[in-house]
Write a protein that binds this ligand. Structure first.
Ligand SMILES: [Zn+2]
Length: 307
């Protein structure tokens, strides 16, 4: 294992921003797998998944090379924020960035240099500080990874414009985005699933020895996944937290009420839009929201097909 510090830029404070890259070279030649954690700083699950994976994989049994950036956005990681606090930019919307740009644009540019030439890429995300999520993207290039990862729900969606995955897919890299855990709930269970799932991906693409475990029998691919964001801020009360992810609920089911902690008025009611709606991202019983926050995510159950 090698650890390298890649210079990004120097801040006005005089502090030098670097990205830490850890490289695990296998005993035999093979594919180059790039992994990112912590593109969003309020998703430390991804960084921890990468960290534990690197500790768990024996280079003697590895074919090829794993190049990992456990914390892709160090200032957001420090602040526990989705966007970089220095310039307010969402790193996963501005790829390929620019070497002459703002801090976040420069981070993206350096991450592209690391991604360039990869055969495979896994980007580890999760819910944010108050939300727990459970699915993986499935892209045509890299679909075998998503199936092997083993989540029951796979989303066949376009990557966001300006995302690391969008950039990598254009370069011909086989990609998967993991969206697992977050919100402080069932953390060890989700870490185990992320690590076991990734090991199964590595077996499937021939980077680790052994027979891959088949995907779960209930694995489905959905075409439509919607984020339900409250249009007003306030206190959210919900019975749809981490333990209910994957549940199918009828259209119109009340997922949450947004109430004013000032006047006690009910400001908004969030309901399930599809018949049925599959719960993909949920919030714990009592959380605060700002207008436009990720409230819930639901998939259209009518589009679900066996994977
Ligand atoms: Zn994320």
């Amino acid at each position: 294992m090698t650890v390298e510090q890649i210079p990004v830029t120097t801040l006005a404070s005089g502090h030098r921003l670097e990205l830490t890259v850890r490289t695990l070279r296998g005993a035999s030649e093979g594919p180059r797998m790039v992994m990112f954690g912590g593109i969003h700083g309020d998703e430390p699950m991804g960084s921890e998944t990468v960290r534990r994976l690197l500790e768990a994989i024996d280079p003697a049994e590895l074919t090829g090379t794993i190049v990992a950036v456990p914390v892709a956005n160090p200032y957001a990681h420090q602040a526990l924020t989705r966007n970089t606090p220095l310039d307010g930019v969402n790193l996963n919307r501005i790829f390929p960035g620019s070497r002459g740009g703002s801090v976040t644009e420069q981070l993206a540019a350096v991450l592209c240099e690391i991604l360039d030439g990869a055969d495979y890429f896994i980007d580890f995300h999760s819910g944010g500080n108050f939300a727990t999520v459970e699915y993986a993207y499935i892209h045509d290039a890299g679909a075998e990874m998503s199936r092997a990862y083993g989540t029951s729900l796979l989303y066949h969606g376009h990557p966001y414009i300006g995302s690391a995955t969008g950039w990598a897919l254009d370069k011909g890299v086989r990609c998967m985005v993991s969206e697992l855990g977050g919100g402080g709930q069932r953390i060890e269970e989700y870490l185990k699933r992320g690590i076991d799932g990734t090991r199964n991906v590595l077996r499937t693409i021939g980077m680790l020895p052994g027979e891959p475990v088949p995907p779960p029998a209930d694995q489905v691919i959905v075409e439509t996944l919607t984020t339900l964001s409250p249009s007003v801020g306030g206190t959210v009360l919900s019975d749809f937290g981490a333990v209910r992810l994957g549940e199918r609920v009828p259209k119109g089911t009340i997922l949450a009420r947004v109430v004013s902690p000032y006047t006690s008025e009910e400001l908004e009611v969030i309901t399930a839009p599809y018949e049925p709606s599959i719960l993909v991202l949920g919030r714990e019983h009592l959380t605060n929201v700002a207008p436009g926050d990720y409230g819930f995510m639901v998939a259209d159950g009518a589009t679900a097909k066996p994977a």
